[in-house]
Design a protein around this ligand. Structure first.
Ligand code: SF4
Length: 213
């Protein structure tokens, strides 16, 4: 389930303890791994640092693109739909040179799903915008163009995790991330007025009211 759009999903997450921490799968770059296309963590490594090291969190990490394509690599983006369409064979993943990366992206997604299963992951926190890990907004075709287009949807790995019942949330779904933080630390009080990404002014302006789903 997409926690930002189906917040009732939080009720299905158990309250963790230090003896039995919540098993969370993070996109590798969110954990500070230099697995981005350019060999950096995109500056994301510090984003969640204040709560992921709590004893009530057991962190697992994975980068499906690094697994399948290596790092550094060319830029994969989905053409003709989102990750769900790729899984259904209706869309393809191409890099900026037009090289078809679809099969490798599917292999990376399958490896990420296997990782989640192996560790009995309970929820996934994933980097939005990625053709693999996105859960809210991803590029509509190649992003390395003069005027980048966006689409609402999931990346390939996120779509496969979602299809197999894993709750997924983007790192920039600030309201949902606050709820998750509070789940692992009941003393934490999220700031008022936090928004999930689809509620953000940019999304509303770009996609119109449909952006709120
Ligand atoms: S594929 Fe996912 S984990 Fe890897 S760099 Fe992209 S967003 Fe991060």
């Amino acid at each position: 389930m997409l926690l930002a759009h189906e917040p009732d999903g939080f009720d299905q997450l158990r309250v963790p303890t230090p003896d039995d921490p919540l098993r969370i799968l993070f996109s590798g770059c969110l954990a500070g791994q230099p697995c981005g296309v350019d060999g950096t963590d995109y500056g994301l490594g510090a984003v969640l640092r204040d709560w992921v090291s709590l004893p009530t969190v057991r962190m697992f990490t994975f980068c499906p693109e690094d697994f399948a394509l290596g790092t550094p690599r060319t830029m994969p983006d989905i053409h003709g739909g989102d990750g769900r369409a790729v899984l259904a064979g209706r869309a393809r993943v191409l890099d900026e040179h037009g090289t078809d990366l679809t099969e490798k992206m599917l292999a990376g997604a399958a490896a990420m799903l296997a990782h989640a299963r192996r560790h009995a992951v309970e929820v996934c926190v994933l980097t939005d915008s990625s053709a693999a890990c996105g859960t809210q907004v991803i590029s509509d075709g190649c992003r390395l163009v003069a005027v980048r287009k966006h689409q609402r949807g999931l990346g390939v790995a996120a779509a496969l995790l979602h299809e197999h019942g894993y709750p997924v949330v983007a790192q920039r779904d600030f309201r949902s991330i606050g709820r998750l933080h509070r789940l692992v630390d009941p003393t934490f009080v999220p700031a008022p007025g936090l928004l999930d990404h689809h509620e953000h002014d940019w999304c509303r302006a770009y996609f119109g009211e449909a952006g709120t789903r």
